[in-house]
Design a protein around this ligand. Structure first.
Ligand code: 3UK
Length: 519
């Protein structure tokens, strides 16, 4: 069922997510904890106001883009909502990217202002001369070089009060860059009401998030997943959020959990796998969440037996802002993405956009009012993906009789083996059940007859040795579990899998390795 938000025509997300908390009496409630610092909603509101005024002082106007290249600290909510409050449009940039990516984002978006963490400034220096539209660089969390602005200096002289810009509920609110399998990244334009929609649906109905919750997202705020987990879900209900500015290693994550005792923990599958390999404690956490890629069923079971905690896997996307199909606490179907989140609708269609029967693999389309409005200046890609009310996820899924959705790979990852579809995900899920396997990826590779067969790349668990015996053992293991044609004909052992900045396996790199006979 569609969910009606009943937002007024004039609506500003910063008012809803920041000011409303203070109006409703939560001014003294802790909003953000970062290392040994903590800030109340009242203090965050003041920071937001000072930053909004600072942006205005350098003539930032409504609808202009303000790029954020920031680590997860209290500066994030300040800059994000400060920009939104004056009607400007923050763009959350992936801090793991490199100079040439930032050059693309800044020129493609025509951002007028960049807010950059001092620790990331070295990524910007080499490209400065190429930034055609950028007017101001504001440096946060450290000193600004000559010619740049210092966030702390700029904001200290500003007023701590600020009225919201009169944006409407359908105004641009924030952007995220989404990279596809082909072409340049796409600026995904989200509207003022989108964060409210995701909070009301996934946030409240699936997480059951409440004011008393403490969120900790190991997935960073620049990722659409982390932005909901660590920023607008907790702010949407007046809860508390914990930030970890450094790399989310199992050690840092366990330490943050020990120190700040979150109730909701958000991770990605790779990290759950790594955490399972290390010592640590999850005391105080009531629920764990996974998204970004399919969570291996084996991890769900190992996690449950070690911590007695559920991990709810759900699929979301940058285009939909957050999760639209999810497992729910108390009804976990490990290996499945779960059921449709109330407020969203899904269809599974064939190449002619005709609905497929239960159990058949097709393209997943999804509908819901947190969907992006468009890709910036990419008309054709917008039309291919945003089909009226429906968004084409590009994912292959099937749905069972009870309404559970199962991921069967990306449109371009599915393999035809002996004329039959093989889902690399299914083979991976099987391999990872083997206790010696830490991570794996399966791609299609051509045999001597140029027929596609599955090939597996395996990262072995600590202290396990790659050998011919191990290879045969893993093949036999898959053969014993799945239809025979699905087993990997070749197994290659790697020290680590090539991953994108957001933790997805770069299958194309694995395919290249094979094509160039490098493995
Ligand atoms: C894949 C999954 C299987 C799927 C995201 C939660 O990942 C997010 O956004 P991205 O734009 O990627 C979207 C694509 O990733 N995917 C994500 N989650 C799952 N596949 N099981 C899953 N649980 O191909 C999807 O189309 O980077 C995740 C919330 C917000 C997000 N943006």
């Amino acid at each position: 069922m569609p969910y009606n938000l009943n937002l007024p025509e004039e609506f500003n997300a910063a008012d809803y997510f920041v000011d409303r908390n203070v109006r409703e009496g939560r001014g003294d409630k802790t909003a953000v904890i970062c290392e040994d610092r903590s800030y109340t909603y009242g203090q965050i509101q003041e920071k937001v106001n000072r930053f909004g005024n600072a942006l205005k002082s350098i003539d930032t106007r409504m609808e202009e883009r303000v790029a954020l290249l920031l680590l997860d600290t209290e500066i994030y909510p300040q800059a994000f909502f400060g920009a939104i409050k004056i009607g400007a449009v923050p763009i959350c940039l992936n801090t793991l990217n490199r100079s040439k990516d930032f050059e693309f984002y800044l020129n493609d978006s025509r951002a007028r202002v960049l807010v950059v963490d001092a620790l990331l400034l070295d990524q910007i220096e080499p490209i400065r001369a190429n930034l055609r539209f950028l007017k101001h660089v504001i440096v946060a969390n450290g000193p600004a070089p000559a010619g740049d602005l210092s966030l702390s200096e700029m904001t200290s002289s500003q007023s701590s009060t600020l009225d919201c810009a009169p944006t409407c509920r359908d105004d641009s609110c924030f952007w995220l860059y989404s990279s596809g399998s082909t072409g340049s990244p796409k600026g995904t334009v989200h509207l003022q009401h989108d964060m409210v929609y995701a909070t009301e649906t996934y946030g409240k109905k699936i997480l059951g998030i409440q004011e008393k919750d403490v969120c900790f997202s190991a997935a960073k705020l620049f990722f659409a997943y982390g932005l909901g987990n660590g920023l607008y879900f907790p702010f949407g209900v007046g809860a508390t959020t914990v930030y970890l500015p450094t790399r989310p290693t199992p050690e840092h994550v366990y330490e943050t959990i020990r120190r700040h005792r979150p109730t909701l923990y958000f991770g990605v599958p790779t990290l759950y796998g790594q955490m399972l390999e290390e010592e640590g404690d999850m005391s105080g956490v009531r629920l764990c969440v996974s998204a970004g890629e399919a969570l291996p069923a084996a991890y769900v079971q190992r996690w449950k037996s070690r911590f007695n905690l559920d991990i709810i896997d759900g699929i979301g996307s940058t285009e939909m802002a957050h999760i639209f199909i999810s497992n729910v606490p108390g009804d976990i179907h490990s290996g499945s993405s779960g059921k449709i989140v109330p407020g969203y609708e899904a269809r599974i269609v064939d190449e002619n956009m005709q609905d497929l029967p239960v159990g058949e693999v097709g393209t997943l389309l999804v509908k819901g009012d947190s969907a992006a409005a468009c890709y910036w200046n990419k008309h054709e890609k917008t039309r291919q993906t945003i089909m009226g009310y429906w968004i084409n996820t590009g994912d292959k899924y099937f749905c069972d009789e009870e309404g559970y959705y199962y991921c069967a790979g990306r449109s371009d990852d599915m393999l035809k083996v002996g004329g039959i579809w093989v889902s690399p995900n299914e083979v991976e899920a099987c391999l990872i059940e083997h206790p010696d396997v830490l991570e794996c990826a399966v791609i299609g590779a051509a045999d001597e007859d140029q027929l596609i067969k599955p090939m597996a790349f395996v990262v072995l668990a600590k202290s396990r040795q790659a050998s011919l015996d191990m290879e045969n053992e893993l093949k036999a293991f898959v053969k014993s579990k799945l239809a025979l044609y699905k087993y990997p004909r070749w197994i290659r052992f790697l020290d680590e899998l090539p991953k994108t900045a957001t933790g997805k396996i770069k299958r194309f790199e694995l395919r290249n390795l094979v094509q160039h006979h490098e493995v």
